[in-house]
Each structure stands twice: as C-alpha cells, then as structure tokens.
Design a protein around this ligand. Structure first.
Ligand SMILES: Cc1cc2nc3c(=O)[nH]c(=O)nc-3n(C[C@H](O)[C@H](O)[C@H](O)COP(=O)(O)OP(=O)(O)OC[C@H]3O[C@@H](n4cnc5c(N)ncnc54)[C@H](O)[C@@H]3O)c2cc1C
Ligand code: FES
Length: 255
C-alpha cells in the first residue's frame, strides 16, 4: 500500500449523480486486484476529517478509474474537482475477489452503484479467458451505468429496461443454466442478503463485497467492523470481499 499524490486525468458525469474519475498511477496499475479499493481526499481544502473509500472500477494502461455516486458532502466536493486537481490517494487496500478457474461460470451480481468494482473484475475474468456473466439491477433505464460484459442481464425495478424486478429474481430464474457457478456480488444489504441465501440454498459459492463507514482504512481503528458468524470482521482489512458464509446476515444492516 502506498500513499501518493495524483492528478485527475478525466472526470465526467455519466448518470444522474454518478461520476467517473480517472487518475494515473503506475503503482496501483501494477499492484491492484479487482475488489480492492482506494482511500482518498483532495490535496486542497477538505473540511472533512476522513478520507472516503472507493472501489477501483477499472484500470486502463496506467489510468485508474473510480465510479462514484454523490451521497453526501465528501462526494459532492469530489464531484466539483476539475481535471488536473490533485488527490491524495492511499491504496490498494483490502483483499479483493478470489478467482478460481475450477468454476464453469463466473456470475457477477451488482445492484446500483455496487456495479463500481465489477468492470475491473470482468476485465480480469476476460483476460483469464473465464466465462463471465453480469446480472445488473437498478431502479430504471435512466440510472443504467456502463459495464462492458458480453451477455449481461439487466433488471430494473420499474421494468423500463430488461427484466422487471429485482436482480436477485432475474438471477434465480436462470440459476439452473449454470454447471459449477461462482457468484461475486456487490450492492445494497438486502440484495446481498438475498443473494447469500439463494447461493446457500443452491450450494453455490458466493463472494460479497461489503461497505462500512471507514476511518483509517487499514485495520487500525475498528471503525468498520461487521458481525461475522464467528467474530467481528474489519471490512477495510479482512474485506471488503468476504465469503458470504462468513457474514451474519441477521445483523442490522449498515449499508
Ligand atoms: C470499500 C468501499 C468501497 C466503496 N466503493 C464505492 C464506489 O466505488 N463508488 C461509490 O459511489 N461509493 C463507494 N463506496 C461508498 C462511499 O465510500 C460513500 O458513498 C462515501 O464515503 C460517502 O461520502 P460522503 O462524504 O459523500 O457522504 P457522507 O456525508 O459521509 O454520507 C452520506 C450518506 O451516505 C451514507 N454513507 C456514507 N458512507 C457510507 C458507507 N461507507 N457505507 C454505507 N453508507 C454510507 C451515510 O449514511 C449518509 O446517509 C465504498 C465504500 C466502501 C467502504
Ligand atoms: S476503517 Fe479503521 S479498521 Fe477499518
């Protein structure tokens, strides 16, 4: 993990309240794995105490992309930064997805901005010549976010595009098509909880990427713990990616 100063290379709005930002980092391009994240803040004035964590959305050459939704003050400030502005970035942090060639189908389930880490994962699966499939759910056509994966299934809550209903139901309706699938999921807590249940009932291995409020980002403050079935787990260091069986899904949702 390195802390470094980088400059914004590109920054654009790609959907209502959603931005795609890129910066150059030789170090992250060489070291980062899908599912890992960066902890960042602007180098200039920053009225907030803490950095903000964002998954690595994609790496193209030496350019690192993050895709983020404006959720509050920090992301609102971030969204106003022009091309060339300097960021203070720590990363790569966390563990990332485990990719195992023993599976026949690598199924990516994403809800809303939970799509953010999945392009990097899809790109890596493609490089490894593994069979990837994306199931992506959002509220409606206007909220669709870009992700280049062949044969993706889109689900919208209002039915304005693709399957009408939850992404988990779209997945469940096709579950028998796959021989030895593995699922990688990221999205709101209820979606992850349902995905974990479906996978448990169908004996499918499932990895979930969780979010939690973060302070240090490196496992020192215990600010980001979630309840596991055996012990409390730090999302920043032991996660953000967990085997879905490690998580106590009955705890009060933190997402
Ligand atoms: C490992 C990790 C990776 C992430 N990757 C992405 C990403 O790729 N793209 C993206 O858009 N967002 C991502 N997030 C969430 C992002 O960090 C928060 O949206 C951001 O910190 C909000 O900052 P803010 O100052 O704008 O909002 P705040 O003012 O801090 O909060 C605004 C609202 O968002 C909620 N919120 C803030 N932080 C979190 C959090 N960590 N978990 C759940 N709710 C939160 C608060 O409850 C509040 O309602 C990630 C979070 C984690 C932990
Ligand atoms: S944010 Fe400090 S331990 Fe995770």
């Amino acid at each position: 993990m390195l802390e470094q100063k980088v400059n914004i290379v590109s920054h654009q709005k790609i959907a209502p309240d959603v931005f795609l930002l890129s910066f150059r980092s030789d170090y992250l391009a060489a070291k980062a794995r899908p599912g890992q994240f960066v902890h960042l803040k602007p180098s200039g004035p920053w009225p907030l105490l803490l950095r903000r964590p964002f998954s690595i959305n994609r790496i193209k050459g030496k350019n690192i992309f993050i895709m983020y939704r404006v959720a509050g003050r920090g992301t609102s400030i971030l969204s106003s930064l022009p091309q060339g502005a300097e960021l203070d970035v720590m990363g790569p942090l966390g563990n990332g997805f485990e990719i195992d060639k023993k599976y026949s189908d690598h199924l990516i389930l994403a809800g809303g901005i939970g799509l953010a880490p999945m392009q990097f994962l899809a790109d890596r699966l493609k490089t490894m010549k593994l069979n990837a499939r994306l199931f992506y759910g959002c509220s409606g056509k206007k909220d669709l976010l870009p992700c280049a994966v062949p044969g993706k299934v889109i689900a919208t809550d209002d039915g304005s595009c693709g399957y009408k209903g939850f992404v988990t139901d779209a997945f469940l309706s096709r579950i028998n098509k796959f021989r030895t699938p593995v699922v990688y999921a990221c999205g709101p807590w209820p979606m992850l909880k349902k995905t974990a249940r479906i996978c448990r009932e169908n004996k499918i291995d499932c990895q979930v990427s969780l979010e939690a409020f973060m302070a240090c980002g490196v496992g020192a403050c215990q600010g980001c713990v979630v309840k596991g079935v055996k012990e409390y787990l730090t999302v920043c260091r032991q996660g953000p990616v967990f085997n879905s069986r490690e998580i106590d899904w009955e705890q009060e949702a933190t997402l």
